[in-house]
Design a protein around this ligand. Sequence first.
Ligand SMILES: Cc1ncc(COP(=O)(O)OP(=O)(O)O)c(N)n1
Ligand SMILES: Cc1ncsc1CCOP(=O)(O)O
Ligand SMILES: [Mg+2]
Length: 209
Amino acid sequence: MKLRGLYAITDSQLLADGKLLPYVEAALKGGARLLQYRDKSSDDARRLREAEALRELCTRYGAQLIINDDAELAARLGVGLHLGQGDGSLAAARALLGRQAIIGGTCHANLDLAAAAIKEGASYIAFGRFYNSQTKPGAPAATLDLLEQAKQRFQAPIVAIGGVTLDNAPELIARGASMVAVIHALFGADSAAEVERRARAFSALFDTV
Ligand SMILES: Cc1ncc(COP(=O)(O)OP(=O)(O)O)c(N)n1
Ligand SMILES: Cc1ncsc1CCOP(=O)(O)O
Ligand SMILES: [Mg+2]
């Protein structure tokens, strides 16, 4: 699968009260190519249930499910995985999940971390936050120049994350992002119809830039 386009990431607060499945389905209808299940709770039974439901939705829409932080859950479901610095070894995750799995690594604003992630078998490298993020305000800041340097240095697909909106996504794509990972500007919406509209608009940026 070509890693290009909208990368939607779930949020437990924004998608509470029964919104998880309808809002995710709207994002997938709108063209999201990757969907990350990001749930920091320790309710393993609920996490398994929700992740299984998301996997089914992703299959229906031809998208790929990625599990945040939890290699065991990714292995159990046979889906992809995203690991940050301190979430465990990418090489061990690659060995666990196999050659085909999509595995991403957080590289903050550091090209050496990206080189190491690729060496360990990452399918994509993620930089950010690029802008102010309501979801993760303390994440280390990355610049557009860094993105350009990463694009020149690496062939691996580059994911840009952190405060990404419909207004600033075009400059990220122009400077080398092959995917934009979005939480608030996608799922912080009043209705599933609005999520679908936003997802379509994000996805369309990849046709034109
Ligand atoms: C696509 C993508 N990029 C970066 C992150 C951040 O991962 P991490 O640094 O481990 O932080 P948490 O998301 O676990 O809080 C991500 N999740 N996805
Ligand atoms: C998980 C994560 N890692 C760096 S910024 C961020 C949050 C992205 O969410 P938002 O799109 O709401 O800024
Ligand atoms: Mg993490």
